[in-house]
Design a protein around this ligand. Structure first.
Ligand code: ATP
Ligand code: LTN
Length: 328
């Protein structure tokens, strides 16, 4: 029997090179080998304020992007999280067993809550919903970027605790981080994660950017003044980020890149990085626009996905209720 993987991305804007490297590319690489589930994490997206129309458009756009990036609907079960009500139901049962202190330690919560005084309670309980997304399907591996590692570890802890109290209910999932273990950083401020919801267009490479824009953004990415292409995250975060991008998209190692650009300047290196990125993502755009106009295909994919996943998650929910004494 094939092992199972799942991942989700929030429909909070056009996906970035970070999302592509951290999550999507891994899913594409694994789709032959594993039973694969991929969803749109729209209930996670509403943990911060969203405009309804924009959110709806982003949901449809993200489905088209998944497929344009190479997620094959015949090899993946693709679904919209909010269409499967069992995720929220399972999440509530798990929430009641999750210590407040554990959730308070989540770094993403600390980051996001510090940006607004009036955040909703969902921002705090978000990792439990993520645990439900994973545990509902007896998942073996969760391909995500390293920023989500702490949440997957929490899902493991929640599952282990539940199993101990109520008997073997959940499989314990493992995190799967991309090849170079990379977090792709913001091009303008390389101390910060490249993020979909960033408001500085120069900071972020989006999968639908024009070739010209991609080249401009990479050529003007923040570096340093010592003109040596060397991997050193602490002292040379900008150059290290560009090296990480190349390592993630090619078969080259950090050492290969350092050697290849030993006596070359940053301009030459950046031009090479831009070539690698353009080459990887240039094919995505035309397929995306074709799909976005094909409403029926998108609807069929989502209808099929919710049918399959609702059945699985419903069984898990009923099993949990029984074990917990929630029946008449
Ligand atoms: P937002 O800005 O709305 O919080 P985001 O860009 O952080 O969005 P998510 O939807 O939270 O993206 O994440 C989707 C997937 O992409 C996750 O697996 C996450 O770990 C991965 N990911 C996000 N940003 C990066 C990054 N900069 N580098 C590598 N992986 C990333
Ligand atoms: N929290 C993740 C999105 C996400 C997810 C999941 C990823 C929600 N549920 C389950 C993997 C498995 C994020 O913000 N990137």
């Amino acid at each position: 029997m094939k092992k199972k993987i799942i991942t989700g991305i929030q429909p909070s804007g056009v996906i970035t090179l970070g999302n592509y490297i951290g999550a999507i590319k891994q899913m594409v690489n694994f789709q032959e080998e594993y039973e694969s589930y991929i969803f749109i994490a729209d209930m996670h997206a509403i943990t911060v304020p969203q405009d309804s129309n924009t959110l709806h458009n982003n949901i449809r756009s993200l489905i088209a992007l998944y497929i344009a990036c190479g997620i094959d609907p015949n090899k993946n079960t693709i679904f919209l999280q909010s269409e499967n009500e069992y995720h929220a139901n399972i999440s509530w049962l798990l929430e009641c067993q999750t210590p407040f202190g554990e959730l308070s330690r989540m770094t993403q919560f600390k980051d996001k809550s510090s940006k607004s005084e009036n955040f909703g309670a969902g921002l705090f309980t978000y990792p439990v919903l993520m645990a439900a997304d994973i545990l509902a399907y007896d998942i073996d591996y969760v391909p995500v970027g390293i920023d989500q590692k702490q949440h997957v570890e929490l899902a493991r802890d929640i599952a282990i605790r539940f199993n101990k109290k109520y008997g073997d209910t959940f499989k314990i999932p493992d995190v799967k981080i991309s090849k170079s273990g990379t977090k792709i950083m913001d091009l303008v401020n390389p101390e910060k994660k490249m993020s979909k919801s960033s408001d500085n267009p120069k900071s972020v490479i989006r999968i639908l950017d024009s070739e010209e824009d991609i080249r401009k953004k990479i050529m003007s990415a923040t570096t340093d003044s010592d003109c040596i292409v060397k991997y050193d995250v602490e002292n040379k975060p900008g150059i290290s980020n560009l090296i990480n991008i190349v390592v993630s998209l090619t078969n080259k190692t950090v050492e290969d890149i350092e050697k290849e650009f030993e006596n070359k300047n940053y301009g030459e290196f950046k031009k090479y990085v831009a070539d690698v990125v353009v080459d990887e993502i240039s094919k995505i755009k035309s397929r995306y626009y074709e799909l976005l106009n094909d409403e029926k295909t998108i609807d069929d994919i989502l209808n099929n996905g919710v049918k399959i996943t609702r059945e699985i998650a419903k069984n898990k929910f009923n099993d949990m209720k029984k074990r917990m004494g929630l029946y008449k």
